[in-house]
Design a protein around this ligand. Structure first.
Ligand code: FES
Length: 361
């Protein structure tokens, strides 16, 4: 009898019926085995999207919800949920005989509905043109009652400095974008954190795409400006940084470096101190993304812990020629390095070692 016609014994029906959904193995094939009221269903364990383990998901009626990004497949037929039937995972014949669950390795064909690739997926190729600088403002404020922001003002001076050197610039205000916090797909599995970000792919209304566009595709340099909030960068900065995990994770999962030959620098201002801590975190994080830094990669201003008269901080920044000139000079250093990197022969491949202990299979 051909192997595909043989019935493989998965185990005792009474025992396997104890769980509505579970991963099981039939020889070397992983199966998502489900059971509702004694009726078994068996589909391939690997989701059509990026291979999430369906058997570890949950049931919504007769549909298995993938635990990674919630695509749904019928637990018996393998068809995608209504509207997505063209997407199907292999379904296996399964039956109960003499109290045993039996399965044939003779599945229906996997079929993937062609999905339009997300525009961010395109190859990273620098378009010709002058050096392009993206400024990212991370300050949070009520848009209905805008007020002066020291970090934004210095960022404006930095971008003006870049324009004076013939650069194209773009200002992105995180406060203008509605975007979700990272939902920790990486914590489910390294491969569940995808490029583009799983949230970006699944939720067309999420507005972080301009930031990904600028960092990965458009810009040669980015200047990120933040206020200090309780000794840290702003909450909007961290919300963005967590969502940038998908860029760093590509190195881990696919040895794919999305950020090459790009430069980052920073502007940090705050009523109270911890400039070095804030700048250190930002430097460490952007280094992990693959950015280069100019010499003296940040400017900062703080009047220290005891300076509770915040209005004077604001006035100091607004009226300081030194600080605004320093912002323009920061842009100058940033642009100069971006130009040097563009002019130099790009490294074919950068070895990034030091993490072998728990390397992914
Ligand atoms: S929905 Fe299954 S892997 Fe993404």
């Amino acid at each position: 009898m051909a192997e595909r016609d043989q019935w493989i014994d998965l185990g005792a029906a009474a025992e396997l019926a104890g769980k509505t959904l579970q991963p099981v193995e039939a020889g070397t094939v992983k199966i998502a085995l489900s059971c509702i009221n004694g009726a078994f269903g068996a589909v391939h364990n690997a989701c059509n999207h990026v291979g999430g383990p369906l058997g570890e998901g949950a049931l919504d009626g007769d549909y298995i919800i993938c635990p990674w990004h919630q695509w749904k497949f019928h637990r018996v037929s393998g068809l995608g949920e209504p509207g997505f039937e063209e997407d199907r995972v292999p379904a296996f014949p399964v039956k109960v005989e003499n109290g045993r669950v039996l399965l044939q390795l003779n599945p229906t064909k996997r079929q993937k509905k062609p999905h339009e690739p997300h525009p961010l997926v395109r190859p990273v190729e620098r378009a010709p043109g002058p050096i392009r600088v993206a400024g990212i403002s991370t300050t949070a404020m009520d848009k209905g009652a805008p007020r002066y922001s020291g970090s934004d003002d210095l960022l404006a001076s930095a971008l003006k400095g870049a324009e004076a050197q013939g650069c194209e610039t773009q200002l992105i205000k995180l406060n203008d974008l509605k975007f979700r916090a990272c939902e920790g797909y990486y914590s489910k599995a390294a491969h569940a954190c995808t490029w583009p970000c799983s949230i970006t792919q699944m939720r067309p209304k999420d507005e972080l795409t301009p930031v990904y566009e600028a960092l990965v595709h458009w810009a040669d340099a980015v200047i990120i400006a933040t206020p200090i909030r309780w000794g840290q960068a702003s909450s909007l900065y961290f919300r963005m940084a967590e969502r940038l995990n998908c860029i760093q994770n590509q190195v881990t999962t696919h040895n794919r470096v999305l950020i090459r030959n790009k430069v980052a620098s920073f502007i940090v201002v705050g009523g109270q101190d911890n400039v070095q801590g804030v700048a250190g975190q930002m430097l460490g994080f952007f280094a992990e993304l693959g950015f280069h830094f100019p010499q003296f990669p940040y400017i900062a201003h703080s009047r220290g812990w005891a300076a509770e008269d915040m209005e004077r901080n604001v006035a100091e920044i607004r009226d300081s020629t030194d600080l605004h000139q320093g912002a323009a000079e920061l842009a100058g250093r940033t642009v100069a390095l971006a130009q040097r990197l563009l002019d130099s022969e790009p490294a074919a491949r950068i070895a990034r070692g030091g993490r072998k202990a728990h390397a992914l299979d």
